[in-house]
Design a protein around this ligand. Structure first.
Ligand SMILES: Cc1ncc(C[n+]2csc(CCOP(=O)(O)OP(=O)(O)O)c2C)c(N)n1
Length: 273
């Protein structure tokens, strides 16, 4: 499929703006998870600003497409995208992780645009299989998207949900794996290898699409392809770089879960200009 240059450029610019917000939010909060937020930025930006049917003026309408951030620790990304979409004022971003804030350290239903809490890894795909089945029972045509981490795929619950999704022919469900190759304490391939990952999803009855998760054209094309698949769920295996966009964070395990210092923030924002 081909997409107008102007459209992909616009999304790329938006993704850069989202990355800046992520860095600024974490710097202000003094804690949080930059690596996996930055790796998945292009994937989630495309969803909210091009792919999904949603309306910030009427959040949680039954007709809306649903997005579930199964790897909930990457909520700075989701909060930035929701604020940019207009679900709440951008100033709220500077209250990340504060007591009483609508933006907690992991997604919570108090945030406009978020309907199910997450953060306990491994549960999100089951949640979205439920949303998918509810849509079918209610005869609604919404689609459901579930973003998972590669380390998260080591959780057994994911594979129970994967089995159920193909058994129940959840073709309104699209899983996305942010395959950045790292988890909290090292390389996924050293800690618990996932390969052959495509073959695993296929063996569980899923349609698979493998892409570069930073290439906007490939991302849009993958979401479009998933929409055409009937009778089975789809999963996009997106190869990404943890910490993408900030040179000293890229593929550095330490930045899984620590905020940048003042000096690091200045450099990062310069790189993201
Ligand atoms: C059930 C559960 N166990 C442990 C954690 C702590 N934890 C938070 S992030 C993380 C690593 C996740 O790695 P991955 O899924 O690859 O995320 P990404 O690299 O995209 O940030 C862990 C173990 C958790 N949130 N939930």
């Amino acid at each position: 499929m081909s997409y107008p240059e102007a459209k992909t450029k616009e999304l790329e610019t938006k993704a850069k703006q989202i990355r800046r917000l992520i860095v600024q939010m974490l710097a202000k909060a003094g804690s949080g998870h930059p690596g996996g937020s930055l790796s998945a930025t292009d994937l989630v930006t495309a969803l909210y600003f091009s792919v999904m049917r949603h309306n910030p003026n009427h959040p949680s309408s039954p007709e809306d497409d649903r997005f579930h951030l199964s790897k909930g620790h990457c909520c700075p990304l989701l909060y930035a995208v929701l604020a940019e979409s207009g679900y709440f004022p951008k100033e709220e971003l500077w209250s990340l992780r504060r007591l009483g804030s609508i933006l907690q350290g992991h997604p919570d239903r108090r945030t406009p645009g978020i309907n199910v809490a997450s953060g306990s890894l491994g549960q999100g795909l089951s949640v979205t299989v439920g949303m998918s089945l509810a849509g079918k029972l209610d005869r609604r045509d919404y689609r459901v998207y579930c973003l998972m981490g590669d380390g998260e795929l080591q959780e057994g619950n994911i594979w129970e949900a994967a089995m159920a999704a193909s058994h129940y022919r959840c073709d309104n469900l699209c899983g996305i794996v942010d395959y950045n190759g790292f988890q909290i304490d090292g390389k996924v391939s050293d800690i618990m290898n996932l390969e052959p990952l495509i073959a695993k999803w296929q063996a569980f009855g899923w349609h698979t699409i493998e892409i570069n998760g930073h290439d906007m054209k490939q991302i849009l094309s993958a979401y479009d392809e998933a929409k055409t698949v009937k009778g089975k769920p789809s999963v996009i295996i997106a190869h990404t770089i943890k910490g993408k966009g900030v040179s000293f964070m890229e593929n550095v395990v330490d930045f899984h879960g620590r905020a940048p210092t003042k000096e690091e923030t200045d450099i990062a924002l310069k790189e993201l200009e």
